[in-house]
Ligand binder design. Structure first.
Ligand SMILES: [Zn+2]
Length: 478
């Protein structure tokens, strides 16, 4: 994980927020490569979940919404984590995480005012070993702010802790304009904020993050079949962006683990270097959210079925994914250390690096990010063989401009070709195109206007005509 964090900073995937002021715990910025990666994840999700389907439409709601939304959704009263403090060293913990680390289970009892937690016997501070811990107190995870100049209770608002609630609140508006019939879905991508007690595992648990959520509205009684459908769809999608099935695990909730209104829930887990952790939850939530908003707003949330002439509150299946977690999973999955031939034109394939050993003669170490071409931040890099030959540079720039009109492309003329390849390997660029003297026709007319196209993973190089290049690359990155 340390190597991945270092690469993320070195190559401009992820930086600490406000680093020059010492950083801000739980906040992260995406650099030039990172923001392309994130954009590709969101674009892939939006295309597959919204644009390529007949039965899903989009929504983009505000981050700050009417505070009654969070009262109705239950977030004001119960979106809390149990927090404990060590009285000796003053360190603060999330009680459930502390217990988990100690191999204990946090005890909880239902009371009329919500859950109350109790530390089990044997709980101690994992930082200093003291057993002087406070009793767990509930801490609401919503960030609070004020609307307008007066900072009093009547002006309190919250930064949304999830994007889903706006979809329920706008259900009738979307229904009346979108010409959709149940079953249909409303999708949204956007920022969400949670004031985590203990942000950790790099970007995995952050205080500001981005979600991709779908609320798929269905006829009551069809919950099980639609839930199963969306679990399958979502597992397939993860494979389509390059996360292998072998590292993805569905976790099926047991009856006693479900929220009282939910009939099923499956979390998609990914094997991170720091353990198996959740990327997405797919929950069958019944009509809980719509009925809560109907109750609190006094507005009907019912749906009228033309065919059966009945009115009902639709049930919902909710696939809810974290963009930043998916980005981190892709970064972890893509990272490889290899030994690559010093001269790539020799045609040898790379071999896996052996830990703590030097590469054999004729090979050098490389770090390569094997992103699926569809998701790679940069699709193609263009190099003139030499930068001091104006004819090569001119031709290379011509090819670069041709490719840039269709793909995120990168032009590089600094350093020898081998170093330029290594830089693109670390960026995860699937293709490199080199313009050499053959391209100019110096070895004969049959090679004129051809370039070498180099594959990041196999290191294979082939001669391709400039005319064919865009189609070749388009096929691989679609
Ligand atoms: Zn302590």
């Amino acid at each position: 994980m340390e190597k991945i964090v270092a690469l993320c900073k070195r190559r401009g995937f992820i930086f600490q927020s406000s680093e020059i002021y010492g950083g801000l715990n739980g906040f992260w910025d995406y650099g030039p490569l990172g923001c392309e990666l994130k954009r590709n994840i969101k674009d892939a999700w939006w295309r597959d979940v919204v644009q390529r389907r007949d039965d899903v439409v989009g929504l983009e709601a505000t981050i700050i919404m009417h505070p009654s939304i969070w009262k109705a959704s239950g977030h004001v009263d119960s979106f809390t984590d149990p927090m404990v403090d060590c009285k000796t060293c003053k360190k603060r913990f999330r009680a459930d995480q502390l217990c988990e680390e100690l191999g204990l289970k946090l005890e909880s009892v239902e009371t009329p005012t919500g859950k109350q937690f109790k530390l089990p016997a044997g709980a101690k501070c994992t930082a200093c070993g003291s057993d002087q811990l406070t009793e767990p107190r509930s801490f609401n995870l919503m960030f609070k702010t004020f609307i307008g100049p007066v900072e009093d209770v009547s002006n309190v608002a919250y930064l949304r802790p999830e994007t889903a609630q706006a979809i329920f609140a706008q259900f009738q508006n979307v229904l009346s304009c979108a010409r959709q019939k149940v079953p249909f879905g409303i999708a949204q991508i956007g920022k969400a904020f949670r004031n985590e007690i203990n942000p950790r595992n790099f970007t995995f648990r952050s205080r500001e993050f981005e979600q991709m959520e779908l609320e798929f509205f269905i006829k009551p009684g069809t919950d099980a079949q639609w839930h199963e459908y969306w679990v399958k769809e979502r597992m397939k999608w993860y494979e389509s962006i390059g996360l292998p099935a072998s590292k993805l695990k569905p976790y099926v909730y047991k009856k006693e683990e479900l929220a009282h209104y939910a009939s099923a829930c499956v979390d998609v887990y990914f094997d991170f270097p720091f353990g198996s952790q959740e990327l997405e939850g797919i929950a069958a939530r019944g009509n809980f959210d719509l009925s809560q908003h109907q109750k609190h707003s006094g507005k009907s949330m019912e749906y009228f079925d033309d065919e059966t002439k009945e009115k009902y509150l639709p049930h919902v299946v909710e696939p809810s994914a974290g963009v930043d977690r998916i980005a981190l999973a892709l970064l972890c999955n893509a990272y490889y250390e290899e030994w690559a031939p010093t001269s790539e034109s020799a045609g040898s394939a790379p071999i896996p690096a052996e830990h703590g050993k030097q590469p054999p003669a004729g090979f050098e170490s490389r770090v390569v990010m094997r992103f699926a071409p569809r998701i790679a931040p940069v699709k193609v890099a263009v190099f003139p063989l030499l930068k001091n030959k104006p004819a090569l540079v001119e031709k290379a720039k011509e090819v670069f401009h041709l490719l840039r009109s269709q793909f995120v492309s990168f032009y590089d003329e600094a350093g020898n070709i081998g170093r330029r390849y290594r830089r693109q390997d670390e960026a995860g660029t699937p293709f490199c195109v080199t313009i050499d003297f053959d391209t100019l026709g110096e070895k004969g007319p049959e090679m004129k206007d051809t370039v070498t196209l180099r594959d990041r993973d196999t290191l294979k190089q082939e001669r391709v005509s400039i005319k064919e290049l865009p189609a070749r690359i388009a096929e691989a990155v679609k």
